[in-house]
Ligand binder design. Structure first.
Ligand code: HEC
Length: 123
């Protein structure tokens, strides 16, 4: 191998290592962005409490319905996420469903909808 080929080969290897190093930096950044969208564990506990106490006062403590319709996986299955998130944030004008925008952030409403879809454990 002549000198020039060796230098080129080394440059190629260096580029590959740089690429790998950048990838290693990017992966945790992506993981952090995903984690950021979920509420912290403490906030999750608060949100579940709110769901049972506040939402439960109308939707039933076990969300099986009461003054308001049930919020069970089967009963919300036909609705898309956007509709449910909007309902939580803005309420349903003309019905008793109040807006929660001041207590619940949009990404928290999205997380709550996920929990409702999975079925929040009734106690
Ligand atoms: C004062 C009573 C009341 C409270 C408190 C309340 N809701 Fe509601 N909610 C309603 C009523 C009534 C409806 C049905 C509105 C309609 O007729 O479209 C509803 C509808 C909904 C829907 C749409 C269900 C569907 O099938 O389309 C969701 C989701 C929802 N509420 C979530 C919540 C959450 C989450 C909370 C607590 C943060 C909450 N609600 C608190 C009365 C309430």
């Amino acid at each position: 191998m002549n000198g020039l080929a060796r230098i080129e080969r080394r440059a190629g290897l260096r580029a590959a290592w740089t690429g790998l190093a950048l990838l290693a930096l990017a992966v945790p950044a992506v993981a952090a962005a995903v984690a950021e969208s979920a509420p912290t564990p403490a906030r999750q506990t608060e949100l579940i409490y709110l769901l049972k106490q506040d939402c439960g006062s109308c939707h039933g403590l076990t969300l099986k319905g009461g003054l308001a319709p049930p919020l069970l996986p089967a009963t919300i299955a036909e609705r898309d996420d956007e509709t449910l998130i909007e309902t939580i944030l803005d309420g349903r004008p003309g019905t008793p469903m109040p807006p929660w925008r001041f207590q619940i952030a949009p990404q928290e409403a999205a997380w709550l909808v996920q929990q409702l879809r999975q079925g929040v454990h009734a106690e």
